[in-house]
Design a protein around this ligand. Structure first.
Ligand SMILES: [Zn+2]
Length: 284
């Protein structure tokens, strides 16, 4: 009687093993790793960048985003794209997509631009406090291998960051208006490298090494009381959080420069770097 029962049970062993294997497989494929929402900046009629910019930002953003998707899917993450073609997606829709996945991670990919050709470097933005470690992790990894400046991590209320209910980060992968960074961004291998480093950051892997801030920005970080309170040396400053309408932007420029004048601590280099970041069009 007992031996018959054991025989029957033994017959089920392969099925149980198979079910276990499938369950483990789906776990390893990402149920345990969570969801990453990748947001390729701009698209459609919105090319990104400054008017007349030679290299189209929207295409480079999408290319890095698609590469990042491939890497993360290979790792077992569930990946959701806010766009996977050259289409215009309103910022509100991007946020809605991101917020519809609880406990997901939102990563927005952009390239920088400036009217000053010399402007260069990588910068990473976040808004909510619980996005800060993700921003630091991504930033340090991207900066570690990019042969360009470390412009730091900044807190700023860009729409897609401010409205996000999950940790959300926006990476500016270098200046397309800079001859050297523009040239790099046009190579497949460099965009692949950017995607790999962003993926490392999402996995919270430590960077191969730490790159110091650009001299002028390091000076800005030291001059800022917020930066002093932050243990991370590559934290630059917490900017006032406002809607980036063009009117307000102008006002902000004014108040910023009057503050700068009052401080007396600012060097000419620092103010030139501020000009760069205010002409930066991370979302516009
Ligand atoms: Zn952009």
């Amino acid at each position: 009687m007992l031996s018959n029962l054991l025989m029957n049970l033994r017959r089920f062993i392969p099925y149980v093993a198979l079910a276990g294997f499938i369950a483990f497989g789906s776990f390893a494929r990402g149920q345990g790793k969570g969801v990453v929402v990748i947001d390729a900046g701009h698209g459609g009629h919105d090319r990104g960048g400054v008017p007349g910019q030679r290299i189209s930002e929207k295409d480079k953003c999408l290319d890095v985003a698609l590469r990042l998707r491939r890497i993360l899917q290979g790792d077992g993450y569930k990946v959701v794209m806010t766009r996977e073609d050259d289409v215009f997606v309103p910022l509100g829709t991007r946020v809605t997509i991101g917020n519809s996945y609880r406990n997901s991670t939102f990563v927005s990919i952009h390239f920088n631009c400036s009217t000053r050709m010399g402007a260069n470097g990588i910068e990473t933005y976040y808004y909510s406090r619980d996005s800060a470690t993700l921003a630091a992790s991504i930033h340090r990894n991207v900066v570690a291998t990019a042969p360009t400046e470390n412009r730091g991590i900044r807190r700023r209320g860009f729409y897609v960051l401010r409205r996000a209910s999950n940790p959300a980060v926006l990476v500016e992968c270098g200046f397309l208006t800079n001859p050297e960074e523009g040239r790099l961004a046009q190579t497949d291998s460099y965009r692949q490298k950017l995607a790999e480093q962003i993926a490392r950051g999402i996995r919270r892997q430590p960077p191969p090494f730490n790159r110091p801030l650009t001299d002028s920005l390091l000076f800005a970080a030291q001059a800022s009381p917020v930066a002093e309170a932050d243990p991370n040396r590559d934290f630059v400053r917490a900017d006032a959080v406002r809607e980036r309408s063009s009117k307000k932007k102008k006002k902000r420029k004014k108040s910023k420069s009057s503050r700068t004048a009052k401080k007396k601590t600012s060097s000419a280099r620092e103010s030139s770097s501020k000009k760069e970041s205010s002409s930066t069009k991370a979302e516009g």
